[in-house]
Design a protein around this ligand. Structure first.
Ligand SMILES: [Zn+2]
Length: 256
């Protein structure tokens, strides 16, 4: 059963805990990034995220798609979700499929073993849907996690992506990377663009995340125009537009 309406806890204790978890690094790495890197990522994910793939490709890049397999083939608040054909299509075009748990689990209130078995189910479902490529990238549902879970994610995956905004550079936690949300608001676009502009002074890796991509996006989605603007800015900056695992390798944050 998918609870499409579930919201992660947001009381004071949960908010404090979330910040502490972001600061406590489980897999710190020191990086030296010479050329800006930009990663576009899409969570859950709706089929309309393919519009994002098209735009990213037109700008010479590839994106990452975090599959929550219990949502596959269903229709949710942000439209029709991915299916086996979507995975095959993205894979053949060189995009990355990442793990996002099977049930969209809140990893901050689950034990590491629960999280890992949910991920196993996720990876097994992906294989049953014909996706046999290695899955080396993970995104925490709701961006929620905890230190002991992050440590296990670091053992299992090259990267774990959170939802705290900011540029990844210098010392970073590869099991809890920062990323800017892209929603329909001008504020979210401005925030991501400001982050990208800061790369001119302080080189780093910017990760962006959203869900659906359409002219009339959901509250969690983004317009094709916004993706276009961000891609163009990345090109103007001379950035590499790379999916997450490849970006982690370029950043020196992970090696095979
Ligand atoms: Zn999600």
């Amino acid at each position: 059963m998918i609870d499409w309406t579930y919201n992660a806890r947001n009381d004071l204790a949960a908010r404090i805990n979330r910040r502490l978890t972001q600061w406590r690094m489980a897999a710190p790495v020191i990086t030296q990034i010479e050329r800006p890197i930009v990663s576009f990522t899409f969570d859950d994910f709706p089929k309309s995220a393919l519009n994002g793939a098209d735009i990213v490709e037109r700008h010479g890049g590839k994106a990452s798609f975090y599959a929550c397999t219990s949502m596959a083939g269903k229709t949710g608040p942000y439209g029709e979700m991915f299916d086996a054909d979507t995975l095959a299509d993205l894979n053949s075009r060189g995009h990355e499929i990442g793990s996002h748990t099977h049930t969209h689990l809140d990893c901050s209130i689950s034990s590491p073993d629960e999280v890992l078995s949910n991920i196993d189910l996720n990876l097994q479902s992906l294989r049953e849907m014909g996706h046999d490529a290695d899955v080396t990238s993970f995104a925490y549902p709701f961006g929620e996690t905890r230190l002991d879970v992050k440590a296990r994610i670091a053992e299992r995956f090259a990267v774990g992506r959170g939802v705290f905004p900011g540029v990844n550079h210098g010392r970073m936690d590869r099991s809890h990377l920062k990323s800017y949300t892209l929603d329909p608001s001008q504020a979210s676009l401005d925030s991501a663009l400001a982050g990208m502009n800061s790369l001119k002074e302080d080189c780093g890796w910017i990760i962006l995340f959203s869900h659906d991509v359409s002219d009339k996006p959901s509250d969690y989605g983004v317009t094709p125009q916004a993706i276009e603007t961000l891609c163009q800015r990345a090109v103007d900056l001379g950035a590499v537009i790379a999916p997450m695992t490849q970006a982690a390798i370029l950043a020196g944050a992970w090696s095979k």
